[in-house]
Design a protein. Structure first.
Length: 229
């Protein structure tokens, strides 16, 4: 299975879970539905500490922790809620990596950001899109991981947001084993073009806000142009 195919499994799973989310549902059920769907679609396992879906809701969306210590929260979906889901399917050591923040209003998933009535949630999701646009306009094969780290963290700060990631990085290379990953972090002088694929996954929030947002894609260069899988 190719990286494109396994990433497609993650994308299909997010679209699937949007049709399944309902008020009163547990995050454990959401995790189970996502993991079973990915296996059904062709994943054979989950590369991130055997966790297929990290899920948080409500005020827990600001939490950023390693999968080594993650336990699915006991939360249940509220009539008006916000949910982050981060998927890690793999097949024969080929990884997918895909995360989205989903908004529920009046008991229904809101599929179009512009239809979200909660102004704070809408602003957060719109800014996630802006961050990915900024990535596409800034990054070249010769950009270093560190240069991208500083550029995007500066862009986050000047727009009134903060980086919620527990290590303050913004993504990593796609590898065959977890320990082989290199990160979008200070001090990493490797060029983006030196790896076949890397993730961009800013986990952001407003200072003093109760909520966090995440959007993750895998990117690669086609010639000098950066594209999402």
């Amino acid at each position: 299975m190719t990286n494109l195919q396994i990433q497609s499994i993650a994308k299909q799973t997010i679209e699937y879970i949007k049709t399944q989310i309902c008020v009163g549902q547990s995050l454990e059920k959401i995790r189970s539905l996502c993991e079973n769907k990915m296996l059904e679609l062709g994943a054979d396992s989950f590369w991130y500490y055997d966790i297929g879906a990290l899920a948080f809701s409500g005020t827990d969306t600001t939490i950023s922790i390693s999968g080594r210590i993650y336990k699915t929260p006991s939360s249940k979906i509220q009539v008006n809620d916000i949910i982050t889901i981060d998927l890690s399917p793999q097949s024969n050591h080929v990884w997918g990596d895909y995360a989205r923040t989903i908004v529920v209003e009046n008991g229904e998933v809101v599929n179009n950001i512009n239809d979200i009535s909660n102004a704070e949630w809408k602003q957060g999701l719109l800014f996630e899109n802006e961050l990915h646009k900024e990535l596409l306009s800034f990054a070249t094969p010769d950009t270093t991981f560190e240069e991208l780290y500083f550029q995007m963290n500066s862009y986050i700060t000047k727009n009134g947001f903060i980086n919620l990631d527990f290590n303050k990085n913004l993504g990593h290379s796609i590898a065959k084993h977890k320990i082989q990953r290199i990160y979008l972090e200070k001090g990493n002088q490797k060029k983006l073009g030196s790896v076949e694929y890397f993730t961009f996954e800013p986990h952001i929030g407003k200072a003093n806000s109760l909520y966090g947002y995440k959007k993750e894609n895998i990117y690669h260069f086609v010639g000098n142009e950066l594209k999402a899988l």
